[in-house]
Design a binder for this molecule. Structure first.
Ligand code: SF4
Ligand code: SF4
Length: 303
C-alpha cells in the first residue's frame, strides 16, 4: 500500500445508514461543493479545524496559555475568540481542555485507516456489511480514496462510496473495480438552482451518473430534500424519471433535511446559511416519499 494520506475526521464503526449491513464509515475532509444545508460543515475544508463548544467552556484559560500561536483569547466581554487563521493544528489546546475544544481531522494513511476498519470484519461478514468511504467528498482526495478502496477489496471487504459525483470521470473510473455500491447524491434538478444551493453546476454530476450506468455500476440515489428549496413537484418528478431511466439505480433514498449542521457551524465560527429552518414534520416526509414513489417503479424509502 502507498503512503498516500488524507485528513480523516471520523471513522464511525457500527454504522447502519451508509449501505447494507453493519459498516464502518470513513469520513474524509475536503469538499468542492458548498451545500447550503451541509450537515457536516467540518468536512468542507481539507485541513484540520478547531471546534469550540462554548457551552462546555469553563473559562479556565488553559488554551490561552498553552497555544503557541496566540489563537485563543477572551475579549473584554469575556467572550472566547478563536483566531483560526493562526492555528497550526498542534492539538495542544484540545489536550489541555476539559472537553470544549476538539480537533476535527487527523492526517492518516490508507493503511492506518484500514487497520481500524478491518477490526470489525466478522460483523461485516455476518451482516452483509463492509466499509463506506464518505466525506466531505472522497473523490476530492482521489489517490487516498483509491488506495483505501483497493486495500479494502484486497482484504475482501464489501465497499461503498458516498459521493456527490462531482469529480473528473477518470477519478471515478479508476475506483470502479473496487466499489460495490455508489451512494450517489442527487440534490437538485434545475441547473441554476443546483449552482445556487451547492456552488457548482450539476452537468458533470449527471454526466458521471450516465457513465456509471453505462459501466454497470450499482447505485442508490440519495436525495436530500430541503423544505423551501427542492421540495418541488418538478424535482420529485425528475427524480422518478431518472430512477426509471437508469438501470444502475436500485433504490431512491429520501434524506429529509435536518439542522444538525447549525451547532457545528457555531463551533467552527462560521455562519449557518439556513438560519432557523427546522426538521420537517413526519407527515411531510412521508408525503415526499409517497409522491416520489408515485413517479417511479423503483423502491423509494426514507433514509
Ligand atoms: S481550555 Fe477549554 S475550558 Fe479552558 S478556557 Fe479554553 S476552551 Fe474553555
Ligand atoms: S491546535 Fe495548537 S495552534 Fe491551534 S489553536 Fe490549538 S494550541 Fe493553538
Amino acid at each position: 500500500m502507498s503512503d498516500k494520506k488524507a485528513i480523516v475526521f471520523d471513522i464511525q464503526r457500527f454504522s447502519v445508514h451508509d449501505g447494507p449491513g453493519i459498516r464502518t464509515t470513513v469520513f474524509i475532509k475536503g469538499c468542492p461543493l458548498n451545500c447550503l444545508w451541509c450537515h457536516n460543515p467540518e468536512s468542507k475544508e481539507r485541513h484540520p479545524e478547531i471546534m469550540l463548544t462554548e457551552s462546555k467552556c469553563i473559562g479556565c484559560g488553559s488554551c490561552v496559555s498553552i497555544c503557541p500561536q496566540g489563537a485563543h483569547t477572551f475579549n473584554e466581554g469575556n467572550k472566547h475568540i478563536v483566531k483560526r487563521e493562526n492555528c497550526i493544528f498542534c492539538g495542544k489546546c484540545e489536550a489541555e481542555c476539559v472537553g470544549a475544544i476538539s480537533m476535527c481531522g487527523k492526517e492518516m494513511t490508507a493503511e492506518e485507516v484500514l487497520e481500524t476498519v478491518i477490526r470489525d470484519k466478522s460483523f461485516y461478514e455476518n451482516s452483509g456489511g463492509g466499509m463506506t468511504v464518505s466525506g466531505g467528498e472522497p473523490l476530492f482526495s482521489p489517490d487516498f480514496t483509491y488506495e483505501l478502496l483497493r486495500a479494502a477489496k484486497d482484504a475482501k471487504l464489501n465497499t461503498a462510496i458516498e459521493t456527490s459525483g462531482f469529480a473528473k470521470w477518470d477519478k471515478i473510473e479508476r475506483i470502479l473495480p473496487y466499489v460495490d455500491l455508489f451512494l450517489f447524491d442527487y440534490k437538485e434538478t434545475n441547473p441554476e438552482k443546483h449552482k445556487e444551493y451547492t456552488g457548482v453546476s450539476n452537468e458533470l454530476i449527471l454526466a458521471n451518473l450516465e457513465k456509471l450506468n453505462a459501466a454497470g455500476a450499482k447505485v442508490v440515489l440519495r436525495c436530500p430534500i430541503i423544505p423551501g428549496y427542492n421540495d418541488r413537484d418538478d424535482h420529485f418528478r425528475a427524480i422518478g424519471a431518472l430512477a426509471d431511466r437508469l438501470d444502475c439505480i436500485s433504490r431512491v433514498d429520501v434524506e429529509p433535511y435536518h439542522p444538525l449542521g447549525r451547532s457545528k457551524c457555531d463551533g467552527l465560527g462560521i455562519d449557518y446559511p439556513l438560519g432557523t429552518l427546522s426538521f420537517p414534520e413526519k407527515e411531510t416526509v412521508a408525503a415526499w416519499v409517497k409522491t416520489i414513489g408515485s413517479y417511479t417503479s423503483k423502491q423509494v424509502i426514507k433514509s
